[in-house]
Structure formats: C-alpha cells, structure tokens
Write a protein that binds this ligand. Structure first.
Ligand SMILES: [Zn+2]
Length: 447
C-alpha cells in the first residue's frame, strides 16, 4: 500500500463521500435539543459496511455519543479523532437561501446547510478515513480511535468530557485531532495548537424595591448594575504573558504569504484579522446580557447580567472571579455566593454560568509530528498552512487540560466565517482534501 493508492481510492469514491456528508446534514441535530442518536445510528450503518463495530452510548432523550476504532489493539501508537455531531440551530429560516437541512449542492462546488462547516464535514472526513483504512486492509501497527460526540455546542460536558472520563481516559493517546473548521479565508488552512478559555459570570444586583414616587426609600438595582458597568474596565486581572507575543503571531500569519509586503497589505485591509490577533494577546470581557425592572413605577430590587470573560492560557477562572469580587467591594457593595438575602439587604450575587479552561500545547514547536502534519497539509492543499491559536473554545481543551494528551490540534474543512451563520456552507474540494489529510495522516502515523 502506498499513499498514491490511498489517494486513488479517495478520488474514485468522491461521490459516496459527498452523499454521506449530505445525509449527515439532512439529519437534524440542532442543539438544543440535540437528537445526536439519529446521527450516531447513521454513522454506525456506514461503518458497518466495512465491519467496523461502533459503540453507541445513549443518554437523555434521543441523544448519544459514539466510539469506534480500527481494531482491538490499544497498545499504541494510538491516534484519536474527535468530532461533534450536534449543530447550533439555524436562526431565522426565512433568511436561508436553501433549506439548512438540505445539504444542497450548488454547481458541484459548494454544499449549503447547518453543520456543513461546523462540523459535520470534519466529522464525516474522520469517519471516512477510518472506513478507508479498514476497507484497504492496510497492515498498521497502532489504532485509530473515532469519538463522535454530542453536546459540544453547549459546552461538551455530556459529550467529549463524558467519553473521556468514562471510556477514553484508559487509552494511551499519542496524538489527537479535533476536526473543527480551521479555514480563515483569506488565510490558508490553519493548524490550531491552543485556544482561549471562557468564564461567563452571572452578576445579580439585589437592591430594595419601593414606589418610585418616593424613590429614595429604596435601592435601585439597575443603578447598582450601572455602577458595575461604569467601573468594569478598572477590574484588576493579573497579567499573564500571552502564549505567543504579537511579533510571533504576525510571523506565523505572514509565513503564508509570498512576502512581507503582500502580507502587510492584506493585514491592513483586514481589520477582522487585526482584531483576532489582538484578542489572542489579552484576556477580554464583554457584558452581553442585562435584565432588570418589573414595572414603570417600581424601583427595581433585582437586575442581572452576564459578563463573558475570555481567558489566556495560564489564567485561572478563580483569579478572575476574585478580581470581580474585589471590584464590586471597592465600589461599595457586599458580594455573596448565595442568591438568598433579606428583603432589605443590598448585595451582589455572583454565579459561574459557564466555564471552559484555556489550553495550549506548549511544546508544539519541538514536535516532529506537527511538522509532518504541516507538510502533509501543504502537499494536499497545495498551499502552506499556518500554525495559529483559536480565540474561541473547542473540545480540545478537555484533552489538554486533563493531562490526557497535550498533542492535540484542531484541523478541519470549512470556512470558519460561516460557522453558526445564515447560509453556512462548505467547498466540496476542501472536504475532499480533509478526507485525504485525515486518511494519510492516520496511515503515516500508524504505519
Ligand atoms: Zn464546532
């Protein structure tokens, strides 16, 4: 078996792969509620064609995770592929050019639908890679493990985290790929080696209600929140060095361009690109939800908001919580960890709404594997990829932060700009290329 014959196999079965992806798009896994079991059953059916047994772990109402592997030997080397089966809902259906559950293909080039980019194409590519290796009956020394998960779009606790804790942790993992889209047009494909974390904090100001004709008798909870908003920029979050300084990030980006001059021109024309770089150099915060007030003539005793903090690798969520408490205390309000208080008690209640720790594969530059992966992507896509960091969060954090495996990257087909957006779409060629990368990578890694 050679790389050439694997590529020939892929070229001659493209139609089958595209149809398979289309079927995955047509299965509704909008989360909430998820319904990932329907998709798991479809994956099982597809892998059964080459006698790969899937383990399906159902939970809740029609939800499930799935694990499959090339063989029964887990002595290593082991390669882990992870992809999530759920998608975000489609938002306003009227705005879609094509039904988000159609997988409509335009001019044989672009597939439309919810999940085409995020991330049924990446997941399908991984499933197909597993199928090809089994079908071609290649003699490999290690194992390829596929984990198709539920729940990623709402944090992954019931998906990747559950599978890791219950099933995957006992397996040695030598390298992992989470197949989220890493296409950031106009940049070439990215290989993501780290990501920021999330800490969303619910802040509730508790004041004292009264008739607003004698407003000084009460304590207005909306005004309390307003004081917090006005002082939010004074929060003292201990600095940590970003995983890569600005010069390094720019160097990684510019490596994709023929020369510095062309890169500078494109960089200056792309304010979004500059914003991404900026977000990778610091923690950020944004208050995104605020609710308060019951009636036009009642001084409100309750106002709540959610602040979305994004953390750099090395920043602990507790540190941010403490800094927020200190800020609120300095403004002059008592903070509490319980929402309960006397009717006349003035205080601020803090609650963690959502959390995902940042993660970073520190030694990625010393790894021969990642250089080999880079070369493979360049060969298949005909263009040098870039190494980069991700300002958002993915399930890769569970692998890195649990010390299960540091060598985890994100790499996947699709155009990240269309993720979660109306008219989400995918270039078919990108999907085929990703199948080639996933398959050849497993072949070379396990050979
Ligand atoms: Zn995703």
């Amino acid at each position: 078996m050679t790389e050439e014959s694997i590529l020939n196999e892929i070229e001659s079965n493209k139609e089958e792969y595209i149809n398979f992806l289309q079927r995955l798009i047509q299965i509704n896994t909008y989360n909430p509620p998820g319904n990932e079991e329907d998709l798991a059953v479809e994956i099982e059916k597809y892998l059964k064609e080459v006698d790969i047994e899937c383990e399906i772990f159902p939970f809740g109402d029609n939800r499930a995770n799935l694990i499959a592997s090339l063989n029964d030997n887990f002595d290593g080397p082991n390669l882990l592929y992870n992809g999530h089966m759920d998608t975000v809902p489609p938002s306003s259906l009227d705005d879609w050019k094509y039904d988000p559950l159609s997988g409509f293909i335009k001019r044989n080039k672009i597939m439309y639908g919810r999940g085409t980019t995020d991330m049924k194409s990446g997941l399908a590519g991984m499933i197909i890679a597993l199928k090809i290796l089994k079908k071609l009956n290649i003699n490999l020394s290690g194992n390829l493990i596929l984990n198709a998960v539920a729940d990623e779009e709402v944090g992954g606790k019931l998906g990747t985290k559950w599978c890791l804790d219950i099933k995957i942790k006992s397996i040695r993992c030598d390298f992992g790929i989470v197949g989220e889209s890493t296409g950031y047009s106009p940049l070439p494909k990215a290989i993501i080696v780290g990501e920021k974390g999330i800490l969303q904090v619910k802040v509730v100001t508790n004041g004292v209600a009264c008739h607003s004709s004698i407003s000084f008798q009460g304590k207005n909870a909306i005004y309390m929140m307003s004081e917090i908003i006005q002082n939010l920029d004074k929060i003292k979050i201990p600095e940590v060095a970003p995983p890569m300084p600005e010069s390094k990030l720019l160097k990684l980006l510019s490596s994709a361009f023929p020369n510095e001059e062309i890169f500078n021109r494109i960089y200056n024309e792309q304010p979004q690109l500059e914003s991404i770089v900026k977000s990778l150099l610091q923690s950020t915060k944004s208050m995104n939800i605020i609710k308060g007030g019951v009636k036009e003539n009642v001084v409100p005793d309750y106002c709540e908001s959610i602040i979305d903090f994004r953390l750099l690798p090395g920043q602990k969520p507790e540190v941010i919580i403490n800094a927020l408490k200190k800020l609120i205390t300095d403004i002059g309000y008592k903070t509490k960890d319980s929402p309960k208080g006397d009717p006349n008690e003035v205080f601020v209640y803090l609650e963690i709404f959502s959390i995902a720790e940042p993660s970073y594969w520190k030694d990625w530059e010393d790894s021969q594997e990642i250089k080999d992966f880079f070369n493979l992507v360049e060969k298949i896509y005909g263009k040098k990829p870039i190494y980069f960091l991700f300002p958002g969060t993915t399930d890769a954090q569970y692998y890195r932060n649990s010390n299960f495996c540091q060598k985890v990257i994100n790499f996947g087909p699709g155009n990240a700009a269309t993720m979660h957006a109306i008219n989400e779409n995918l270039e078919i060629q990108d999907f085929i290329n990703a199948i080639k990368v996933y398959t050849l990578w497993a072949y070379n890694f396990l050979k």
